[in-house]
Design a protein around this ligand. Structure first.
Ligand SMILES: Nc1ncnc2c1ncn2[C@@H]1O[C@H](COP(=O)(O)OP(=O)(O)OP(=O)(O)O)[C@@H](O)[C@H]1O
Ligand SMILES: [Mg+2]
Length: 1107
């Protein structure tokens, strides 16, 4: 669950009551008892409304951890148990979110834990505000200003080992986001008398001890200091060491803090020089010296110390020495110098030391302010933290206590004002009628002290400024005169006779009834302390130093700025600064932390009631509570009230759906709470009496117990029921499974039994059936066998009968044949011998022939002319017939084949046949030509436009047209020519032009010669004397030799009806012109492929090389 969702309240787990406003009855005793009770249980914080009372635990409690910071972060004030973090968180959040400037006023007596509280607030705010390098540096500087100020402003006292000897107010400034920007510190009234004198058991300011213990040898030498404390008159010796405090370590911390805050090294050096000078001043001692004129004079005993101081401060020794010996008084432009006696010299020395230190402290504060000053000019939100001394009531109260108590009166006044204002504002806001609250207004006491005309401070000032002899006694007298009638002023010597016999009031004292109690002041020292005089000679001497810091600390020593006006008195200064402070605080939203010291021994676990009671009184805490609960003791927003108590009413529990206000009304009505006990504000319910609240709380507690019981009951019921249901479910499941298991087992058993029985029955049935079947089969088999036997028997009987019958028929036939034969023989005996033999022979031959032909018919081979098979011959005597028949069949088959041909095809075959007759087995080239059909017109002469002229010249049908090589008769070289054959001529034409070169009538051809080889050379012999034969015979070569010659041969035959001679020989003669030339074919290597190479060897021989 998220933290913010947790609904808690201050009222939860309270030890005593967390808010004293709720005390019932409200008495001092119950109040103290409550504080003690809580203190004993480590609850050191208790509220009075929004005021936090903090009781110093004097031990480290684990309640300031980062976890705690987180716990209290962003939580409502009353949500968790009282804590200083709750206050800090509330203040920071209303500063950040509601833009309200805040001040945190921490009061309490010395050792009550104010400074610690202020540091806790600062550290809480530092922890919860923004982060980032710059912001962190600001935070660090703000936090580190504390150790520096504590070193210079704190000291060990009887009441506190780290007692702040000054009042401190620090404004922390934030930007609009709530990130810290810087701060301003104001200091009030440093207890400077401590520099020169400390009560027994107390110490001077920490810095002196820290410097001597922690400073290095070099540093001490440089500052002309000895390490031993006992070397210095100003250091109290009997309590120089404080238990649990390491001065040396603290010195390092301080130096480090100064560095972080922003002190330069030389600034630190200057500061330490002043500190050393103050220490050494205490060691200057004077001895009396009588002068002749009877005046007492003093002289410095040992000038060595003075010399060293002067060296440290860059001072002229004589100047300082003179300042310690003389006092110059200026009156009416006249300077009168008087010598100082020993007492006066000591007074002057101490005054110088006190002033020097006081001014150094103020300078330090200003210097820190310079460092932590916010760097921006944007509007800032401010949180002021005031850590100021509380009321002081000692046995011997002096001017300081008077001043301090005056300050507390003022704080109380604004506390009352602001608390009432806040209360009233809340009432108005909530629309509740404002009832007048009776409370003690301490304005009258403030008036007694600060009234400008007859106030105690005004009279003190008047006395100090008055010419003539002024003593503390004259001051008291004056008081006695003026204030005697004041109801809060008491004095033995006053005109009022009230205290004439009051022995508790010594003559040199006056008593004031402060709001927190009566305090008796001894007048001794009032005038002196108020005057706070430093002889002008000393301030002038100080101004004259070369020491920058010291010079700056004494500006009034500058003769140029010298004035005769007295500086303001300590009282008036303080009054003014208190007034400023009050003005400042009034503009802010106040938050109070009231610190209480539980015992004087500074020990944990001890709660001295008398001591606490005393503080409770003078802090006015009872007043606080009374004011706070004057109207209504408790108020709470409706939502939280309803949330907390809704279980008390049946209508609001567990859910109330309407507005929270109505819910609370219903609730309170049902609870029958008297109506005067509460009021309904706009957003809050106001409860007049704590009793009512506690009744409510009681009811709630009881109801919670009931509810717890109810929840417990329901939970237990639910748990048992759930458990029961689970058990039941489990039981059902288990029994189901068990039943299933048993049923299954039973079923399986039954099943197996059934199966067995079934199988037995089936077996039995099967066997029965088998038996029946077997019997049936046996019967059938037997029947079959019997039938078979019977049929066999019948068949055999039938067979026997048939055989018998056949035998009988055969016998009858034989007998008949024999008989017939006998009859025929007997009848035809006379004809048989002449004809019978020939007739039987013819008949038999006829029968055989018949059978032969019929069988041959069945076995005839296929009709293909190429088929060569023929059935085997069955009878030897038909040998010739068989061969003849084969031949006839083949011829008939060929005829049949031929009969299918068209005329064209027949012509081709005829040509092929002619070629075969001419060349087959005669010329080797023939074999190649068989498979090539004769196409005749290879040049497609009529279609080719190139040969148009040629076709025009040839009138007849072209039988053959091809390109051949014509062999030159003279040299045997070939030239391509067109060879064109028609029915009556053949032409030789130019291949390219188609120009006819020769026309030879076919009738002029006598013969053709070719070789036996595969070459294509052929010679065409012409008739001697014919025109074509003028040049002689023609020699051609062509691959289509076979076709050309066959066609030539057939053309001549058709033309002349004569067959020309085709000579096939490897040597033949040709007629060239007049010569007979022998063409001789020789075998040889071929040069140009398959073409024959012709070479005219001589007049008689032409050699043709063929492959
Ligand atoms: N909340 C706390 N937890 C533990 N110790 C504390 C707490 N508050 C105070 N103390 C102890 O009490 C001592 C005195 O507290 P602190 O110095 O704050 O008192 P003071 O009220 O400032 O006194 P003075 O008026 O003398 O300065 C601290 O040094 C510390 O040891
Ligand atoms: Mg303090």
């Amino acid at each position: 669950m998220m933290k913010s969702e947790v609904k808690t309240s201050l009222l939860d787990n309270m030890i005593g009551v967390g808010d004293s406003v709720l005390l019932e009855p409200l008495t001092e005793d119950t109040f103290l008892e409550n504080l003690k009770n809580r203190f004993d249980h480590r609850e050191i914080y208790t509220y009075i409304g929004s005021v936090v009372i903090s009781v110093n635990p004097y031990r480290q409690l684990p309640i300031y951890t980062p976890d705690k910071v987180e716990e209290y972060r962003n939580r409502n004030f009353y949500e968790l148990s009282p804590h200083i973090y709750a206050l800090a968180d509330e203040a920071y959040r209303s500063l950040r979110d509601q833009d309200k400037d805040q001040c945190i006023l921490i009061t309490g007596e010395s050792g009550a834990g104010k400074t610690e509280a202020s540091k806790l607030v600062m550290s809480y705010v530092a922890a919860v505000c923004g982060k980032g390098a710059e912001v962190n540096q600001v935070k660090e500087q703000l936090l580190q200003s504390n150790p520096v100020l504590e070193a210079f402003g704190n000291a060990k006292t009887m009441r506190n080992d780290n007692s702040s000897r000054f009042g401190k107010y620090m404004d922390i400034e934030f930007d609009f986001k709530g990130d810290p920007l810087g701060g301003v510190i104001s200091n009030y009234l440093l207890e400077k008398s401590r520099v020169v004198k400390q009560p027994r058991g107390e110490r001077n300011f920490h810095i002196f001890y820290q410097l001597l213990s922690g400073g290095s040898e070099d540093l001490l030498k440089q500052l002309k200091l000895e390490r031993e404390f006992n070397q210095y008159n100003y250091l109290c010796l009997d309590s120089a060491k404080v238990n649990g405090v390491d001065d040396a370590a603290n010195f390092r911390t301080v130096k480090n803090a100064m560095q972080i805050v922003g002190f330069m090294d030389d600034e630190v050096e200057l500061v330490l020089e002043v500190v050393a000078a103050v220490l050494k001043l205490g060691n200057i001692e004077f001895k009396p010296e009588s002068r002749v004129n009877g005046l007492d004079e003093s002289r410095i005993q040992d000038k060595n110390e003075l010399k060293e101081i002067c060296e440290l401060l860059g001072q002229d020794q004589a100047v300082l020495e003179r300042a310690f010996s003389f006092r110059t008084v200026e009156a009416k432009q006249e300077k009168v110098s008087t010598t100082l006696n020993v007492a006066q010299a000591y007074y002057a020395r101490d005054a110088l030391a006190k002033n020097l230190y006081n001014r150094l402290f103020t300078w330090l504060v200003n210097r820190i302010n310079e460092s932590i000053k916010a760097q921006t000019k944007v509007r800032k939100k401010v949180m002021g933290v005031l850590d100021i001394y509380g009321f002081e009531i000692f046995e011997n109260n002096s001017f300081e206590q008077f001043i301090i108590n005056y300050c507390n009166e003022k704080l109380q006044q604004i506390f009352i004002e602001l608390t009432l204002k806040e209360e009233q504002e809340e009432y108005i806001k909530e629309g509740i009628e404002w009832t007048h609250i009776e409370y003690f207004n301490n304005a009258i006491i403030c008036e007694l002290i600060e009234n400008n005309t007859n106030g105690i401070l005004a009279m003190l000032d008047e006395e100090c400024l008055r010419p003539g002899t002024v003593t503390d006694e004259t001051f008291l007298e004056k008081l006695n005169q003026i204030c005697a009638v004041h109801e809060r002023f008491e004095s033995r010597m006053s005109k009022s006779s009230r205290f004439l016999n009051d022995t508790t009031l010594p003559h040199n004292c006056f008593r004031i009834q402060h709001y927190a109690g009566k305090v008796m002041y001894h007048v001794e020292g009032f005038v002196d302390k108020n005057n706070d005089l430093l002889y002008r000679d000393l301030s002038q001497a100080m101004w004259k130093t070369n020491h920058v810091l010291v010079k700056a600390l004494f500006p009034e020593g500058n003769p140029a700025k010298m004035s005769l006006k007295r500086p303001p008195t300590a009282g008036s200064q303080f009054k003014a600064s208190v007034a400023t402070l009050m003005k400042n605080l009034q503009t802010k939203n106040p938050n109070y932390i009231r610190c209480i010291k539980p015992n004087d021994q500074k020990t944990p676990h001890v709660f001295t009631e008398a001591l606490v009671c005393h503080q409770v009184r003078y802090l006015g805490l009872m007043e606080n509570v009374r004011v706070r609960r004057a109207g209504y003791a408790f108020k709470q927003p409706y939502e939280s009230c309803l949330e907390r108590y809704k279980m008390l009413c049946s209508q609001t529990w567990p859910h109330w759906r309407q507005g929270a206000r109505d819910g609370v009304k219903v609730l309170l009505t049902e609870l029958q709470i008297p109506p005067e006990e509460f009021s309904y504000g706009r957003s809050k319910i106001f409860i007049r009496n704590p009793r009512t609240l506690f009744e409510l709380e009681d009811l709630r507690k009881r109801r919670l117990e009931d509810l717890a019981t109810l929840i417990q009951k329901i939970y237990r019921g639910w748990k048992c029921r759930t458990h029961f249901l689970l058990m039941k479910k489990s039981q059902i499941t288990i029994s189901a499974w068990t039943k299933r298991h048993f049923q299954r087992k039973k079923y399986l058993h039954l099943k197996s039994v059934t199966l067995i029985i079934q199988s037995y029955i089936r077996g039995w049935k099967a066997r029965k059936l088998l038996r029946e079947l077997k019997y049936q089969k046996l019967c059938e088999e037997s029947a079959t066998t019997i039938a078979a036997y019977w049929r066999g028997f019948q068949a055999r009987r039938e067979l026997k009968r048939l055989k018998e019958e056949a035998r009988r028929k055969h016998a009858v036939a034989v007998i008949w044949a024999y008989w017939l034969g006998l009859k025929v023989r007997r009848e035809y005996r006379k004809f048989f011998r002449a004809n019978a033999g020939r007739k039987i022979y013819e008949f038999i031959v006829q029968r055989i022939m018949q059978k032969y032909f019929l069988e041959l018919k069945k076995k005839l081979p296929s009709m293909s002319p190429t088929e060569t098979t023929w059935p085997a011959q069955p009878y030897l005597f038909l040998d010739n017939t068989h061969t003849e028949l084969k031949r006839i069949f083949h011829l008939w088959r060929c005829k049949k084949y031929r009969d299918q041909f068209t005329a064209q095809k027949r012509a081709i075959f005829e040509e092929k046949l002619e070629a075969s007759e001419l060349f087959k087995d005669k010329k080797a080239l023939y074999a190649n030509s068989v498979s090539q059909p004769f196409q005749g017109d290879y040049l497609e002469i009529s279609k080719n436009p190139k040969y148009q002229k040629l076709t025009g010249a040839v009138e007849e049908k072209i039988l053959l047209a091809d390109v051949v090589n014509k062999i030159n008769r003279a040299n045997g070289k070939g030239a391509p020519r067109i060879f064109l054959l028609t029915q009556s001529n053949f032409f030789i034409a130019d291949q390219k032009s188609g120009q006819i070169k020769s026309t030879i009538p076919v009738m002029d051809i006598t013969s053709v010669s070719v070789s036996k080889q595969t070459d294509g050379l052929f010679a065409v012999h012409l008739k001697e004397g014919s025109t074509a034969a003028a040049k002689g015979d023609f020699l051609f070569t062509s691959d289509r030799l076979i076709e050309i010659i066959t066609k030539l041969y057939r053309t001549i035959f058709f033309k002349t009806n004569q067959k020309i001679n085709v000579e096939i020989n490897n040597e033949f003669l040709v007629q060239f012109n007049q010569d007979k030339v022998c063409v001789k074919f020789i075998q040889g290597a071929q040069k140009n492929g398959n073409l024959p190479a012709c070479k005219r060897k001589n007049n008689r021989l032409l050699e043709v090389t063929v492959p």
